[in-house]
Write a protein that binds this ligand. Structure first.
Ligand code: UGA
Length: 453
């Protein structure tokens, strides 16, 4: 087994995936460099903090930086030459045409290449289209370097990054060099061996009885597994949303429908929650990236185009419910609570809550918004006339409608009577179907869900 005290790892890119991975390796005892060109991010890590909100991460960063196992740096020349493992965790944003922008991927590989020694393993954790790994291998070969390449896609979710990393259902390792694949796998076996201690230090609940499956595949399979998994989850959500629209027309209740449908183990109940659709830095771009990469290989993934279209329709579908209710949104006061793309994160990228707020404002509504974590990150995506507020009370006061767009506990646990009092019995739009409709109605408010009877 690999010896953490004789092993150095560099993680290129300190976003969600990179910083979480770096901290976990550092906690397992590996000397771990967190490499980034963004000085703001590095300063934040140096001060023992993450630049984004993720439960449990800060205590781990703080401890690892203090004990010297996690070293933030901006210099490839400092960290790469002494690293046996170099992980690429840089961003893969989408281009305007939906295809994946691989500029950072190739820049990172090129910069690492100059400083890597022949025995090192280059590990790709960023989500890349199938075929990318071969291109990087060729780049290394052309430079006459025998660096071994392994694809090790990430399956963590924002908001539960540590738990997902340490207790995931599976880990995937793809590559031609079986020794390199085995070595990368061992990094994780050592790290997961310490998962209870790490969770305790992060002040998160230790999970028992989870067996993580280690899956070794070809390079191309590993690349395709990652995007396929995300695409399938997105498909489940859009499927549930399509059926929710039918439920709305037929007096069926989507919660009852999907509860029973998901009870079939062949289908499974996860990711069948209908609502305002998916957002974030992964599903939207991974779906469009998959469509575009398939098209380059002559394959028409019409099913994923439909998934993307259904998803894009959801914020407007919800706004239309209010239009139907009021006739016009002109001068209607509407609060949108929830700007992060989901609970537990400050990330507001492609946020359905932001999309909904913008549509309501565009339709003439006087829109106020609030999020417990994402106000700052959402601000630049909101239309200028939308008012950002600092509390639920401030956002909802005097409103004709309140839309709950993210299922933060703050919103779910807020007293329903107070929602009703401060709004003089508004229309209550449960964009994620997380409230008990009867209880909402009992306060005198009108309840609107997505596919709810
Ligand atoms: C997703 C995947 O779940 C991770 O496995 C993957 O590693 C990650 O992308 C990635 O590629 O990096 P994430 O985007 O953090 O993780 O968030 P999810 O929890 O999957 O939620 C995505 C969106 O779907 C959210 O907007 C959420 O509110 C929405 N959603 C989820 C629904 O609308 N309905 C559901 O039933 C479930």
């Amino acid at each position: 087994m690999i010896d953490p005290h004789k092993t150095t790892v560099t993680i290129i890119g300190t976003g969600y995936v990179g910083l979480t991975t770096a901290v976990l390796f550092a906690q397992a005892g590996f000397k771990t460099y967190a490499l980034d060109i963004d000085e703001g991010r590095l300063d934040s890590i140096r001060s023992g903090k993450s630049f984004f909100y993720e439960e449990g991460l800060d205590p781990l960063i703080n401890e690892s930086v203090n004990n010297g196992s996690l070293i933030p740096t901006n210099s490839y020349g400092v960290c790469i030459p002494e690293s046996q493992f170099v992980f690429s965790c840089v961003g893969t944003p989408d281009k305007p045409d939906g295809s994946t922008n691989l500029d950072f991927i190739f820049q990172a590989a090129m910069s690492a290449l100059d400083n890597m020694n022949a025995e090192s393993v280059y590990v790709q954790k960023s989500t890349v289209p199938v075929g990318t790994g071969r291109k990087i291998e060729k780049l290394f070969l052309d430079a006459k370097k025998t660096i071994r390449y392994v694809s090790n896609p990430e399956f963590l979710r924002e908001g539960s990054a540590l738990g997902d990393s340490l207790y995931g259902d599976r880990m995937v390792f793809g590559g031609d060099n079986k020794e390199a694949v085995k070595a990368v796998r061992q990094l994780y076996e050592v790290t997961l061996g310490k998962r209870s201690e790490i969770m305790s230090l992060a002040r998160l609940s230790v999970i028992n009885d989870v067996e993580t499956r280690y899956i070794e595949t070809s390079l191309e399979s590993a690349e395709l597994i990652k995007v396929t998994a995300n695409a399938f989850l997105a498909l489940k959500i859009s499927f549930a949303n399509s059926i929710a629209k039918l439920a709305d027309q037929t007096n069926a209740d989507i919660l009852e429908v999907m509860d029973a449908v998901g009870a079939d183990k062949r289908i499974g109940g996860a990711f069948l929650n209908a609502g305002r659709g998916y957002g974030g830095g992964c599903f939207p771009k991974d779906v469009s990236g998959l469509i575009s990469s398939a098209a380059k290989h002559g394959v028409d993934l019409a099913i994923m185009t439909a998934v993307s279209d259904v998803n894009a329709s959801m914020p407007k579908y919800i706004a239309n419910k209010l239009l139907h209710e009021f006739g016009s949104l002109g001068h209607k006061k509407i609060a949108v609570l929830g700007l992060s793309f989901k609970t537990g994160t400050s990330d507001a990228r492609r946020s359905p809550g932001v999309a909904l707020a913008n549509i309501l404002a565009h339709e003439g509504g006087l829109v106020k918004v609030f999020d417990p974590q994402a106000n700052e990150e959402a601000a630049s995506d909101l239309r200028r006339e939308i008012l950002l507020t600092d509390s639920i009370d401030e956002a909802i006061k005097g409103c004709d409608a309140v839309c709950i767009a993210t299922d933060w506990n703050e919103f779910k646990e807020y007293n329903l009577e107070t929602y009703a009092q401060l709004t003089r019995k508004c229309v209550f739009v449960d964009c994620m179907n997380v409230f008990d409709a009867k209880k909402v109605r009992s306060t005198g408010m009108k309840y609107i869900g997505v596919g709810r009877r």
